[in-house]
Design a protein around this ligand. Structure first.
Ligand code: SF4
Length: 217
C-alpha cells in the first residue's frame, strides 16, 4: 500500500517533470535530467574545460550536491564568492567579473510547468548574470522546485524559500522570524528583485539540470 503510494507520487512527479521539460524547450531553454550527485559532477566534468572562468550564485542545492567543493578542487579560474578573505570591494569586483564568466552556476527558486523560471534576490548579484553576461548558465535544481503556476511559484517563494533563506542568512526580516512573508520594507529585504525567465535568444545559453531528488528550498 505504502509502496503504491510512493510509486504513484513518483509517477505524478515524472509527469510534471516531463511537462516542465517540454514547456522549457518550447521557450528555447534546454533541460536535462540527472539522477544523482555523481551524475551532476560527471556532467560538469565533461562540460567545463580546464582554466574556464566559473562564477556561482548562492544556492543550498549546489552546496548540498558538493558543487562548490568540486569547483574549488578543479583547475579553474573559480570566482569564489565564499572566500572569507574577500573585502567588500573585492566581492563587488568578483560579482562584476561574473558577467564575463564562461560559466555561471546557480539554483532556482521555482520552475513552472509552463516552462518559466522564477528567482528572487536581495542585491541582484545572482539574478543579473543569470539573465545576461556569462556565456553559459547552468541552473541546477531538485524536482521539488517544480510548480504548476505563477501563483504557486510566488507562494513558494513567499512561504518557503524566502523565510528559510532569510533565517539561514541571519536577516532581521519578518519572514525570518514569522516563517512567512509580511510584505516588509526592511533594509535587509532579501527579495528586492523578482525575476521571471520565459525564453532566451541563444538556445544554448541557459540550461536547466533537474536532479531527481528533493534539494534546497
Ligand atoms: S518582503 Fe520581507 S518578509 Fe516578505 S519575503 Fe521579502 S524579506 Fe521576507
Amino acid at each position: 500500500m505504502f509502496s503504491d503510494l510512493v510509486r504513484n507520487l513518483f509517477c505524478l512527479e515524472m509527469t510534471l517533470l516531463e511537462k516542465t521539460i517540454r514547456a522549457l524547450k518550447r521557450n528555447r531553454i534546454s533541460a536535462d535530467v540527472l539522477k544523482s550527485r555523481e551524475e551532476v559532477i560527471t556532467y560538469l566534468e565533461n562540460l567545463i574545460e580546464d582554466a574556464a572562468v566559473v562564477g556561482v550564485g548562492d544556492s543550498m542545492t549546489l552546496d548540498t550536491l558538493g558543487v562548490y567543493d568540486y569547483l574549488r578542487g578543479r583547475n579553474l579560474a573559480y570566482l569564489n564568492k565564499y572566500d572569507p578573505s574577500l573585502s567588500k570591494q573585492e566581492k563587488r569586483e568578483l560579482y562584476l567579473k561574473n558577467f564575463t564568466a564562461d560559466y555561471f552556476l546557480s539554483g532556482v527558486n521555482a520552475i513552472s510547468t509552463e516552462g518559466k523560471i522564477y528567482n528572487m534576490d536581495g542585491n541582484g548579484s545572482r539574478v543579473a548574470p543569470i539573465i545576461y553576461g556569462p556565456k553559459c548558465v547552468l541552473l541546477i535544481c531538485g524536482i521539488n522546485k517544480i510548480v504548476e503556476s505563477e501563483e504557486e511559484a510566488i507562494r513558494r517563494i513567499r512561504e518557503v524559500a524566502a523565510p528559510l533563506d532569510a533565517k539561514r542568512l541571519n536577516k532581521k526580516t519578518p519572514c525570518a522570524m514569522k516563517g512567512k512573508c509580511m510584505d516588509c520594507k526592511s533594509p535587509q529585504k532579501i527579495c528586492n528583485y523578482f525575476t521571471v525567465i520565459q525564453g532566451q535568444f541563444d538556445e544554448a545559453r541557459i540550461r536547466v539540470l533537474f536532479v531527481e531528488e528533493e534539494l534546497g528550498y
